[in-house]
Design a protein. Structure first.
Length: 387
């Protein structure tokens, strides 16, 4: 039997928690009713969805379960939030604002508004740590601005944004504030009331839930134009027969976090720091990207001078990690996030994204540090690099 690799790619996806799978299984077999049906089987499925909706609402600090709309994932939630909110606010203006380091799903949704609906778009830059300065957001707002989208935590460098400070700028102007919170919600870092956001996109597979299910938090009273119409499900905002097993799984995964039934973020942060300290001590010239403190607990974006990160990963099949966002794999272009924080193309290509999760152990960290260090030294001492 082959030994599975050391999994250090929790920001790409997380393994399904066995307790989540257990909660889902009945809805594949005995509890198979359509929640829109009026009979006993349908009512049982509808109750399960209501429970899951409340569990997700509890996780993000929503006022009630009616502020949660289930989608197929964070990408769809981003699209519904950005396009739906902007179109609903069209009578008030046609200018939207986002940042230079957003997930491609957000950037694509914004560009769709530009290309198909005549909106204007401003992308705000970030500092060397990947932080958006609220004053820079304020500086680009106009009387025509209807929506601002700023991710809560970056999916490559882990930097957390000052959303509450940005909300203090947008709220008095009546501007909708959206955040892609797919990376932060699993760490228990998202409280929509505390941050003051109007919309938040979520994804279950980032928090040990199933793939193919996400959600959009919509502050009560906010108008959204539906993007997928038909049967009237999800308050008319997302038509289609609900994926009951996946929704139940999302709720179960959220419940594990709110009930402290999983390892807390400080444990994950300690493992991340252990890996970071070992690699920085062993590899000369290695540098960490992202904010030194306000960063996701499991994130480690590391630039190793003089190597190609893809070459390193090819030589260590015993480690599952990334060179950046999983969505960028195979593009051939350096990460737009890394170049936005000032890295050169060569530095961006020399960057690994290592992400710790709740299943990571001390042994995993120590073995990974040894493997990465040995391989990096080999690549750095190769004739091509010595020239």
């Amino acid at each position: 039997m082959n030994t599975p690799p050391i999994y250090l790619d929790h920001q790409a996806t997380t393994p399904l928690d066995a307790r989540v799978l257990e909660a889902m299984l009945p809805f594949f077999t005995s509890e198979y009713g359509n929640p829109s049906s009026p009979h006993t089987c349908g009512r049982a499925a509808a109750r399960a969805i209501r429970t899951a909706r409340q569990q997700v609402a509890d996780l993000v600090g929503a006022k009630n379960e009616l502020e949660i709309v289930f989608t197929s994932g964070a990408t769809e939630a981003d699209h519904l939030a950005i396009v739906g909110a902007a179109l609903a606010a069209r009578p008030h203006g046609g200018h939207i604002v986002t940042t230079a380091i957003e997930h491609k799903a957000v950037l694509a949704a914004c560009q769709r508004l530009v290309d198909h609906h005549g909106y204007t778009l401003t992308r705000v830059g970030v500092d060397a740590h990947g932080r958006v300065h609220p004053a820079d957001v304020a500086a680009v707002l106009t009387p025509n601005t209807v929506l601002v989208s700023v991710m809560h935590a970056n999916n490559e460098i882990g930097t957390l944004q000052r959303l509450a400070a940005i909300a203090e700028i947008t709220a008095p102007r009546g501007i909708v504030l959206h955040t892609d919170a797919a990376q932060s919600v699993g760490c228990g870092l998202l409280d929509v009331a505390e941050l003051g956001v109007d919309l938040a996109s979520l994804s279950a597979h980032k928090l040990h839930g199933p793939k193919g299910i996400g959600a959009l938090y919509i502050r009560g009273g906010l108008r959204i134009t539906a993007q997928q119409t038909g049967g009237g499900q999800e308050r008319g905002l997302r038509a289609g027969t609900p994926n009951v097993p996946a929704i139940v799984g999302f709720g179960a995964a959220a419940h594990l976090i709110t009930t402290d039934a999983v390892p807390p973020p400080p444990r994950i942060r300690a493992l991340r720091d252990r890996l970071q300290d070992r690699l920085l001590a062993a590899i000369s010239g290695a540098t960490v990207n992202g904010h030194p403190h306000r960063r996701l607990p499991g994130n480690l974006s590391l630039t190793l001078p003089g190597i190609e990160a893809t070459d390193l990963l090819d030589r260590v099949p015993g480690i599952a990690a990334s060179t950046g966002s999983a969505c960028n794999t195979g593009s051939g272009e350096p990460s737009h996030v890394l170049t936005a924080i000032g890295l050169t193309r060569d530095q961006a290509r020399a960057t690994l994204r290592l992400s710790i999760g709740r299943t990571t152990t001390d042994t995993d960290v120590d073995q990974a540090a040894d493997l990465i260090t040995r391989t990096a030294h080999t690549l750095m001492s190769a004739p091509a690099n010595a020239a």
